[in-house]
Write a protein that binds this ligand. Structure first.
Ligand SMILES: CSCCC(=O)C(=O)COP(=O)(O)O
Ligand SMILES: [Mg+2]
Length: 744
């Protein structure tokens, strides 16, 4: 034996020609015996009667007659004689019909019988009564095999070449002739004779060991192996059991899918499970899954299924097939992939992977059409089929070996996924690269979310800001809080006004209560002081009155005699008041312009240390007022000022006040220095007197002596008027009394 390799993968690696038997290998025995033979038996008489005069029919009848004579000479059991040409047509037809039925019943694989059968079946194929049966794994396997450059598929069957072509050309799987390079029948020799295989190898033009022959008959496999071919057995459901030792001698396949490469990367859901039969130790099928196998299923998958079937022998075959096809498919795929990828990757981003497949299929169809055309041309030059008995005649093998251009093997539908998968890989790499570039461009735009650390920093910053805001608010509250204002002393008159306006503000009330208490105390102490100073004041007033009296007596003695001292005093008071007003009017408006209350408040609130500011402001205000008091005392003689009334608030001050209150409260705004120990006493009493509330506040019933009251009023008014002079020019506006808005 030239080739005794049993591992199918090892065999496949070595072979480029696939030579296939039909019945029991690509096609079910049942189809032949239950469909074709009955059809031929049923139609043979009618066929002969109608086609008797046809040349091909006459040749077939002549061959059958000769065979019958030889069988008679050989004393073949059951041989049926066919009357000679000198017999009637009817007798001849009857003899032929009986002979054919006898041979068919014996399943003789003789040429004359197969020739006539083919003629009869042709009618059946032509009128649609017959469709050639092929296993589901056949078409994909043929396509796959012949798709690899240099690999070809041939058929060697006892059936006539004509019958073969009809079966594959009009199969249930469609026209499979495009995958078949040539056909051999018994004209080349008996299938169980080694010489037949040698002749086939010669006809194909290759070495026998480049051919893998698949058959269901052990003796045929042995004959092929004897001729130097590689051979494997195919076990299908319905086949005759393999003889003992067959599986040990040959690799046994149950599906042509086992020839396919496991390199194909198809998704499992895209594949039908291969119909792998359970077999006995001889490789004979015991049972077969319901699902038909497909060639597209990978060998790897087949191996897995075989493992499930616990067929040890099968595992060996599958494993061999896998390795061989890996190499084969790798070689084929590499060529096609290169070509297609070049087309696709020109525009990697615009061509989706899915778009690649049509390109591949298109090329496949194109090649198929080309191949089909070539086959049709070849067929026209083929010799007539012959039987084994007609050896020496024209060879039945297709000798018109087509010298097709050795271009890249067409990519078939079943193989394209593998190619596409590799294209996908290439595409993915390019797409990923470009995607990375795009992402790089995007990254600077997209801000990364802050890290936890950053969030903590931000939170801390937020807390700081919030704290600062609280401090600012606190300062504002301090400014607006009557209890904590540094200008608290200045609030007194405003508070009083607010009280007069019926404001029930508790703070104001509290301030007033405190103020009232102090005023009561001051009133008492002032009374004591007044007793000590009253003589001097009275003396001064007396002098003033004397002068006035002289003046008035000079012009109007009658009136003078008629005017009471009180009236005189009032008149003098009015005069002094007018003079004071005149003096004030003569002063520089710019110097007397009171600083904007708003500005003052702003300055106050801008101070960073409220507590110290409050104290300093209080001191400043007190000092200023003290200075003004003393200044007033020195510049303006008390005698001349005693009768002056409170200075009216100048327009500037009114304006300032209006800015604060949005209204003109009063024409005069008395100022109090609440809380001062030395000066506040008399100021408080002045304030009370000025407002005319002293009696009320002190609980006085107004029983005071008129003279004392007048003097007291005059004194208080004079002093208060000094204090009220807010428009006194100063170089330190900030220390000027600040009017606090009542609505603050
Ligand atoms: C394709 S012809 C029908 C099958 C047939 O007649 C036959 O004899 C098959 O024999 P095979 O050698 O293919 O087993
Ligand atoms: Mg067979």
């Amino acid at each position: 034996m030239a080739n005794e390799l049993k591992e199918i993968n090892d065999i496949v690696k070595k072979c480029r020609i696939l030579l296939l038997d039909i019945e029991g290998t690509t096609t079910s025995i049942s189809f032949v015996k239950d469909k074709l033979f009955p059809y031929a038996e049923e139609k043979v008489k009618q066929f002969l009667e109608t086609q008797w005069e046809q040349e091909d029919v006459k040749e077939a009848v002549t061959a059958l007659r000769k065979l019958a004579l030889e069988d008679k000479e050989k004393s073949v059991d059951g041989v049926v004689h066919i009357p000679g040409e000198d017999a009637s047509k009817e007798d001849q037809i009857e003899g032929v019909v009986n002979n054919v039925k006898w041979q068919m019943s014996a399943d003789r694989k003789v040429g004359p019988l197969k020739q006539l059968q083919g003629l009869i079946w042709k009618q059946g194929y032509d009128n649609g009564d017959i469709k050639g049966h092929v296993y589901d794994d056949v078409s994909p396997a043929l396509e796959q095999w012949q798709s690899v450059e240099g690999q070809k598929v041939y058929i060697y069957s006892s059936g006539s070449v004509q019958a073969q072509k009809m079966l594959f050309g009009q199969s249930e799987a469609g026209d499979l002739l495009r995958f078949i390079e040539g056909h051999f029948d018994t004209a080349v020799g008996a299938k169980q004779e080694a010489g037949s295989y040698t002749a086939i190898a010669e006809s194909i033009g290759c070495k026998p060991d480049e051919i893998l022959f698949l058959t269901d008959v052990v003796k045929e496999a042995e004959a092929a192996r004897a001729a130097g071919m590689h051979a494997a057995l195919v076990s299908r459901e319905g086949n005759a059991p393999l003889p003992a030792g067959a599986a040990a001698a040959f690799a046994v396949l149950h599906s042509l899918a086992q020839l396919a490469s496991n390199k194909r990367k198809t998704e499992p859901q895209d594949e039908l499970p291969a119909k792998i039969a359970k077999t006995d130790n001889e490789g004979n099928i015991k049972s077969i899954p319901d699902v038909e196998p497909v060639v597209s299923a990978s060998v790897e998958k087949e191996t897995k299924k075989s493992e499930e079937m616990e067929v040890e022998e099968e595992e060996k075959v599958i494993g061999s097939t896998k390795e061989v096809n890996e190499q084969k498919e790798a070689d084929a795929a590499s060529v096609v992939t290169e070509t297609i990828v070049e087309e696709v990757t020109d525009e990697p981003m615009d061509v989706p992977v899915a778009d690649v497949e049509p390109i591949v299929i298109e090329e496949m169809v194109e090649n198929t059409e080309e191949k089909k055309t070539e086959q049709m041309e070849t067929e026209s030059t083929k010799s007539e089929p012959s039987t084994n008995e007609s050896k020496g005649k024209e060879d039945t093998v297709d000798k018109k070996e087509k010298e097709k251009p050795k271009k890249a093997a067409p990519v078939a539908e079943e193989t394209s996924p593998m190619v596409i998968t590799e294209i996908e890989e290439v595409m993915n790499e390019k797409v990923l690269e470009e995607a990375e570039e795009i992402i790089d461009d995007i990254e600077p735009i997209v801000e990364e979310p802050p890290a936890n650390e950053d969030i903590e920093v931000l939170q801390s910053a937020g807390e700081v800001l919030e704290k600062e805001c609280d401090e600012i608010l606190s300062k504002v509250e301090d400014v607006t809080n009557l209890d904590t204002m540094s200008v608290k002393p200045l609030l007194k008159p405003i508070a009083e006004e607010t009280m007069e306006a019926g404001d029930s503000n508790d703070t104001v009330d509290r301030i007033l209560d405190t103020e009232i208490e102090q005023m009561k105390q001051n009133e008492k102490s002032e009374n004591v002081d007044t007793k000590n100073t009253e003589p001097e004041i009275k003396e001064e007033e007396t002098k003033a009155l004397t002068v006035d009296e002289k003046k008035s007596s000079e012009g109007a003695t009658d009136k003078a005699s008629e005017v009471s001292p009180e009236e005189k005093l009032a008149e003098q008071r009015e005069e002094i008041k007018s003079e004071e007003i005149a003096k004030e009017s003569e002063k520089d408006p710019e110097d007397s312009k009171a600083e904007s209350i708003e500005d003052k408040i702003t300055k106050e609130t801008n101070k960073s240390e409220p507590e110290s500011t409050e104290a300093s402001v209080e001191v400043d205000v007190e000092q200023k007022i003290s200075e003004k008091i003393s200044d007033s005392d020195t510049k303006v003689p008390v005698e001349s000022k005693e009768n002056t009334v409170g200075v009216e608030v100048k327009p500037e001050s009114e304006s300032a006040e209006s800015q604060m209150n949005g209204k003109r409260n009063r024409e005069t705004v008395p100022v109090s220095l609440n809380g001062d120990a030395s000066k506040d006493e008399e100021l408080s009493s002045r304030l009370s007197a000025e407002n005319g509330k002293q009696e009320e506040l002190n609980g006085s019933n107004g029983d005071s002596v008129v003279t004392e009251k007048v003097q007291e009023d005059n004194k208080v008014e004079a002093e208060v008027s000094d204090i009220k002079v807010k428009t006194v020019p100063t170089e330190e506006p900030r220390t000027d009394p600040i009017e606090q808005p009542t609505e603050a």
